[in-house]
Design a protein around this ligand. Structure first.
Ligand code: HEM
Length: 383
């Protein structure tokens, strides 16, 4: 995984790929420009993938203004820095419990033992679904991202069609699950985000069932897999750079900037999609209307025009204007939560296990998706 990022180091910032019929955008300023102009670059990529159209309703990441702002406002308070800060004791207690379970084992698997359960329990509790069902979410979400092919708009292969079909099937399981819980909240409201969505009004009207379920779906998925990747990637990066790992251990006030650097160096979401609403010039290329753009934030985060020594992992990098959480109106709603979970988990992990390192006898396994960067298994020696 470390080297494919270099593999997509661009010769030019914007490039048409005739094999996929899509435009790859690699440059930092070019991606910033796209993300800050939603009138020209629409987030509703589902219009090019009719099979996925059912997902656009209520899914914040796929909405454009003015609907986007109306729906985002419904939950933005719940994820504000101030509200999220109050979750710190719960996140610390949960991390403590998860670490207790591995304390005497000598070995651990970071994803199964900490990086997966921690964020999924937190988001399930916020949403109001039983966190004990997390093995179900894991099964569905793992299968959702098990993608063998890079998407292509031309010469679609049978494998790609199967990937899409399988992904929609998994989304279907999650949707049914959340629909059941939403129906229950309609009868018996509680103090949770699902009730908030069920009771919310936009322009004087309640959300439709599809909007509620897709919205909850996004929160549940976006609320955990990314933080799982962040934790795994940070441990991996530190382990690969022993002097910096030692510096962070000696001075844990470096943990937040180490997390930012891990987000830059190994961006969990490697690419974001947008569609052009009209013909536009970008990075010296003329792009017609209705074209799909793949914005490689993983490449932009190593753009030498923006970052000095971009391939160097540096826990003290400052400033660090990485794009791992996106930019503009769709800037990650959960960034304060992800940063808090990352900081608390890493601090406690380092406190408990001063000699923590990756297991030299068991290699990590990566998520098999071209658009995501993260481990799915990371065996550790813990003492
Ligand atoms: C949006 C990354 C954690 C919820 C985004 C976007 C990115 C991103 C790149 C922008 C998508 C776009 O512009 O098309 C990440 C990373 C995370 C993380 C790297 C962890 C390290 C979370 C968490 C939540 C969350 C913990 C919790 C709920 C969302 C939501 C959006 C979003 C709801 C859509 C916002 C909108 O469209 O207005 N995230 N995310 N994310 N993220 Fe995160």
């Amino acid at each position: 995984a470390q080297f494919w990022l270099r593999g997509i180091r661009p010769r030019q910032a914007v490039e048409y790929d005739p094999k996929t019929g899509m435009w790859n955008v690699y440059g930092h300023p070019e991606i910033q420009r796209v993300l800050s102009d939603p009138a020209t670059f629409s987030s509703d990529t589902t219009r090019l993938f009719p099979e996925a159209a059912q997902l656009s309703e209520g899914t914040l990441t796929r909405l454009d203004p003015p609907e986007h702002q109306k729906l985002r406002k419904l939950v933005s308070h719940a994820f504000s820095r101030k509200v999220v800060a109050d979750l710190e004791p719960r996140i610390a207690a949960l991390t403590g419990e998860l670490l207790d379970a591995i304390a005497d084992r000598g070995r651990a698997e970071l994803v199964a033992d900490l990086a997966y359960p921690l964020p999924v329990i937190v988001i399930a509790e916020l949403l109001g679904v039983p966190s004990d069902d997390r093995h179900l979410f894991k099964q569905w979400v793992d299968a959702l991202f098990e993608r063998t092919q890079q998407f292509s708009l031309v010469n679609r292969s049978a494998e790609q069609d199967r990937d899409i079909e399988r992904a929609m099937e998994q989304v279907g399981h999650l949707t049914d699950y959340l629909a059941e819980h939403a129906a229950e909240r309609k009868k018996r409201p509680r103090e949770d985000l699902l009730t908030k969505l069920v009771e919310a009004e936009v322009d004087g009207e309640r959300l439709t069932d599809a909007q509620i379920v897709n919205f909850a779906n996004l929160l549940l998925i976006a609320g955990h897999i990314t933080t799982t990747m962040l934790l795994g990637n940070t441990v991996l990066c530190l382990d690969a750079h022993p002097e910096q790992f030692a510096a962070v251990r000696a001075d844990q006030s470096l943990v937040p900037s180490a997390i930012e650097e891990s987000l830059r160096y190994f961006s969990p979401f490697a690419a974001l999609g947008r569609v052009t609403n009209q013909e536009v010039e970008l990075g010296g290329e003329r792009i017609p209307a209705d074209q799909l753009l793949f914005m490689w934030i993983a490449a932009a985060n190593r753009d030498p025009r923006e970052f000095r020594e971009p391939d160097v992992f540096d826990v003290t990098r400052d400033p660090n204007p990485h794009l791992a959480f996106g930019r503009g109106i769709h800037f990650c709603l959960g960034a304060p939560l992800a940063r808090l979970e990352g900081r608390v988990a890493l601090n406690l992990l380092l406190d408990r296990f001063p000699k923590l390192r990756t297991d030299p006898d068991e290699a990590p396994a990566f998520i098999p998706s071209p658009n995501m960067t993260g481990v799915r298994r990371l065996p550790l020696l813990v003492s």
